[in-house]
Ligand binder design. Structure first.
Ligand code: HEM
Length: 232
């Protein structure tokens, strides 16, 4: 492994300057130390206290990572997919007509929108990439969002096309630190999109413009005003 993944927490915390999550988890972990249950935080605490497999700092980091990494990302993927539906109604029509396209829609949306735009990583040894040597212990900033729009891999990359082959996108990372929650994220997105297409009436954008989250690290709508379109 040339690049270590333990900087993800830093990048998540940097993109969330507010310390409420930390305070919430510190209190929850303290409660689980007193009254363990069959939940995942109690399992982390057991790994620390009984096996010394984790440090107290890692118990805190892992708990926050699972919450932030597991909720905001999927929420943003769904929000961004909605933006595409509004901007390209023909893509929405295709998937409304043929729900079997939902998995492809999710992969193209992951590629096109890249909910995690950038990461921080640290090299564990010197590595040469495209003729440039990056020394050991350097901080690097891989950009999945850029790789996912590389024309050498995805022809006409700025076009959202749910029928394209989006295999090989890196929206969920690559290698040993590949997103732990990838199957869950894909399942959640599939269930949500199926429900949306089945139950919701046609939606349209309002005159109020949508806004994107102001962040280098995450992409998703901050506000997305929608109105129910009248059906004739
Ligand atoms: C659309 C949704 C999601 C996106 C775009 C996403 C993206 C990512 C990315 C880019 C990484 C870094 C991978 C790498 O360094 O190679 C990552 C790691 C991780 N993700 Fe996700 N993620 C999503 C959903 C989730 C969910 C639902 C969970 C758990 C509930 C989760 C938990 C994690 C964890 C624990 C890691 C760290 C893995 C490690 O360092 O070994 N993610 N994710």
């Amino acid at each position: 492994m040339l690049v270590s993944g333990n900087c993800r927490m830093d990048s998540l915390l940097r993109s969330h300057p507010n310390n409420d999550a930390r305070a919430y988890f510190e209190a929850t972990i303290a409660r689980r130390r007193q009254e363990p249950g069959d939940d995942i935080i109690s399992a982390f605490v057991r790994a620390e206290e009984e096996n010394q497999a984790l440090t107290a700092a890692e118990v805190l980091s892992l708990s926050i990572l699972l919450l932030l990494g597991g909720t905001e990302t999927t929420t943003n993927l769904l929000g961004s997919t909605m933006v595409t539906f509004l901007q390209q109604p023909e893509e929405l029509a295709k998937v409304r007509d043929d729900r079997s396209l939902i998995p492809q829609l999710i992969e193209e949306s992951l590629r096109y929108h890249s909910p995690v735009q950038a990461l921080f990583r640290q090299t564990t040894q010197a590595v040469e990439i495209a003729g440039t040597i990056i020394p050991a212990h350097a901080t690097v900033m891989p950009l999945p969002a850029s790789a996912n729009r590389d024309a050498r891999k995805f022809p006409d990359p700025e076009r959202f096309d749910l029928t394209r082959n989006a295999d090989g996108h890196v929206a969920l990372g690559h290698g040993v630190h590949f997103c732990l929650g990838a199957p869950l994220a894909r399942l959640e997105a599939k269930i949500a999109l199926e429900a949306l297409l089945q139950h919701l009436p046609p939606l349209r954008a309002t005159e109020q413009p949508m806004t994107w989250i102001d962040s280098f690290f995450v992409r998703g709508p901050k506000t997305l005003p929608l109105a129910i379109a009248s059906v004739s």
